[in-house]
Design a binder for this molecule. Structure first.
Ligand SMILES: Cc1cc2nc3c(=O)[nH]c(=O)nc-3n(C[C@H](O)[C@H](O)[C@H](O)COP(=O)(O)O)c2cc1C
Length: 197
């Protein structure tokens, strides 16, 4: 039989420590929450957020690699939350200590869903975020610079602070790109853990 504290820990792990959204609010998207279940959730964790959009799956593959890196077993005190841009809201930004954005380039710009996320969160976040570190991953067909430039310009106003080199992938993400994405996730998470930012 499952005891109440075990159930509580399991649920906290499944939905992130600061559980702003329940399973009924976002349905299947909850599957994207990390599951750092266990006593760790009772300690002072840092929070890493991954916001992504993907139409055909390429950028999602990169975002999942970022998450894999961030959830490296040696990084124990960082909770990772991954959210589709369309489902994310200001509470996700309030929750996090660092954020990684992963977007495709569409028509020389970031994906519309990512832009919509910024449109929806800008006013609610005004004056409430102070230079949270961020990094960017772009999945492109042949360029990617337009999406990167647009995203950088927008987040400067939140304000967020770019803390790692971006990853821009043209074409299908190969092993090398995915390894870099994993490394980015691990670097951001480890940086949070040791208080580097
Ligand atoms: C509507 C649309 C517009 C696109 N515009 C660009 C573009 O301006 N520059 C570019 O390099 N790739 C462009 N692409 C290609 C995508 O960026 C590329 O296929 C990307 O890997 C898709 O990522 P996703 O599978 O995560 O959606 C475009 C794709 C679509 C569907």
């Amino acid at each position: 039989m499952e005891h109440a504290p075990q159930k509580a820990l399991r649920e906290r792990g499944a939905h992130g420590r600061n559980r702003a959204h329940g399973p009924t609010a976002h349905g299947a998207i909850d599957a994207c929450y990390s599951t750092r279940a266990g006593p760790r959730t009772l300690r002072g964790l840092k929070h890493l957020l991954i916001i992504y959009h993907s139409q055909s799956g390429k950028t999602a593959t990169m975002a999942h690699a970022v998450r894999r890196g961030a959830m490296h077993p040696e990084i124990e005190s960082v909770d990772v939350r991954m959210r589709a841009a369309a489902d994310a809201d200001p509470r996700d930004l309030f929750w996090c200590d660092a954020v990684i954005f992963a977007t495709p380039e569409n028509f020389g710009y970031m994906a519309g869903a990512m832009k919509d996320f910024f449109d929806r969160t800008f006013y609610p976040c005004q004056g409430r975020l102070s230079g949270i570190p961020y990094a960017v991953v772009v999945g492109a067909g042949n360029d990617g610079t337009g999406a990167l430039a647009a995203l950088r310009r927008i987040v400067r106003g939140f304000p967020l602070r770019e803390s790692q080199e971006p990853i821009v992938c043209s074409g299908p993400p190969g092993e090398d790109v995915l390894a870099r994405c994993e490394e980015l996730g691990a670097t951001m998470a480890a940086g949070l853990e040791i208080g580097m930012f």
